[in-house]
Design a protein. Structure first.
Length: 481
């Protein structure tokens, strides 16, 4: 809820408002302290929910009329008035007032000013408690869907990059040390998998978001003969909430969304870190586009990966929003408490941050230049074929642990000579194990090493082609309405 908790069935009209214009001011004799009014107001934040507030009010008014609680004439006047208010908001000519505290009271006051007493009847059988919970669910549902679409697009971009760079080989790392060579396509598809899970988490959160609190009242329901199933259907919810106390005090749906966004940003941050490294002179694997990099005010040669760094930095901002709302909610008794006014600012900021990050990557990734010769040279260095030599000896009958030691000694010998394993002469190799024959050189070749990983999910060419086809099929299926 954005403003103070009020469970009266009908909001007062301006005529019956408090002396200083407060919509809830009937019992108050002293004006609200100016600082209290500023801290208490949330309209600067929750005005973002204006569209949803109007949609909820339209559905509520239609239900009240269908149930005979509101006259058809009043419902028509309310509908016409709300549409006019919405037009003013969209056109940027609506006057938002801090003294009216929140988006709900601002819109209700504007409506009542347009149509008179009928506007005051709109609040019958609802509270700002169930109203704001409804608004926030509608708002999150819309933003979740938008993020899911962006993630679908990002996955498509990664699949296209994988198709384009199928035969680019680069070193795979563990501990940021060269481990085994992989295809760049395989590496990109790993991120496509991460973003698919992110998309799934948002869809899961949306399923639990899509429950209607409208009609739960302040906490205990209402004595009016309302039809909560009707308003739920009208607003596209799957069902009304089953418990009125839970309906107004639950913010799990917002926490789930924030958790999904935190994991999404973590994935984008990991991708950012790799692109930052890969675009450095020391790596030289990729060149980032000028459109998504910046220069230095003092060093003319610099090309800084600022987009990647900003996304990496803003990840902590989204984490903060999650921890902030968890902390707000952890000690609250049922039902509504004013602490919950803090539920929107962090959520909206996290949604905006994640959406900006996704849009930045959708614009940047297709324009990246990959330096295949550089990645191949790096993959051929640092004995990335050592495991394959050990596997070769295992196939010759040597237990893996013994093979591991043999190859370790050969790596030490190659380091002494300043060569790769594939460059060691056969007598040097056989000095460590007589099982090694002329066929070892084919095994140690870079393409052979990569294509040897033909197990399901591996980096062999045929397997990566299968992964690309599967990813493409999944994208096509999800894009189908």
């Amino acid at each position: 809820m954005s403003g103070a908790d009020r469970d009266d069935p009908a909001a007062p009209t301006p005529k019956s408002a408090g002396g200083d214009g407060r919509m809830w001011g009937g019992r108050f004799q002293e004006a609200t302290d100016a600082l209290v009014q500023r801290v208490n107001a949330s309209v600067d934040v929750d005005r973002a929910l204006a569209e949803e507030d109007i949609e909820g009010s339209l559905a509520h008014a239609a239900m009240l009329a269908a149930q005979g609680i509101l006259s058809d004439e009043d419902e028509a006047a309310i509908r016409e008035g709300l549409e006019a208010v919405r037009a003013d908001i969209r056109a940027g000519r609506f006057e938002w007032r801090e003294d009216l505290e929140d988006v709900h009271m601002n819109i209700e006051r504007a409506l009542t000013g347009r149509i008179g007493p009928a506007g005051g009847r709109l609040h019958t059988a609802r509270s700002r408690n169930d109203q704001v919970a409804t608004d926030l669910r509608l708002y999150l549902r819309r933003r979740q869907r938008a993020l899911e679409e962006l993630l679908l697009g990002l996955r498509g971009t990664l699949v296209e990059l994988a198709e384009r760079h199928l035969d680019v080989i680069l070193p795979g790392y563990t501990h940021l040390q060269v481990a085994q060579p992989v295809r760049l396509a395989h590496h990109l598809l790993a991120y496509a998998e991460m973003f698919a899970r992110d998309q799934g988490r948002l869809a899961d959160a949306r399923a639990r978001t899509n429950v209607s609190p409208l009609g739960a009242g302040a906490l205990a329901g209402t004595g009016f003969p309302i039809d909560r199933h009707l308003t739920a259907r009208t607003l596209g919810f799957d069902e009304p909430s089953r418990n009125s106390l839970d309906a107004v005090s639950d913010r799990d749906f917002a926490l789930e969304t924030l958790a999904a966004l935190a994991i999404l940003m973590m994935h984008l941050s990991r991708l950012s870190e790799e692109l930052i490294l890969w675009s450095s002179q020391e790596f030289g694997f990729v060149t980032l586009p000028d459109s998504h990099t910046t220069g230095s005010s003092i060093m003319p040669q610099k090309k800084n990966p600022d987009v990647c760094e900003l996304v990496r930095g803003k990840t902590g901002r989204v984490y903060g929003s999650l921890m902030g709302l968890l902390t707000v909610m952890k000690g609250l008794p049922l039902a509504y408490n004013k602490d919950m006014q803090e539920d929107k600012e962090g959520v909206i900021d996290a949604l905006d941050t994640a959406e900006d990050a996704l849009r930045l990557y959708l614009g940047m990734l297709p324009k990246i230049t990959v330096h295949a010769a550089r990645t191949r040279a790096a993959a051929a260095n640092a004995f990335s074929n050592a495991t394959d030599l050990a596997d070769y000896l295992v196939r010759k009958g040597l237990p893996f642990r013994e093979a591991h030691h043999v190859v370790g000694r050969l790596v030490a010998r190659a380091l002494e000579l300043g060569t790769g394993l594939e460059e060691l002469e056969l007598p040097v190799l056989r000095a460590e194990s007589p099982l090694i024959g002329d066929d070892v050189y084919d095994v140690l070749a870079l393409e052979t090493v990569v294509d040897a990983r033909s197990s399901y999910g591996g980096t062999a060419r045929a397997e990566v082609e299968r992964q690309i086809a599967a990813a493409r099929a999944a994208l096509d299926a999800e894009a189908t309405p």
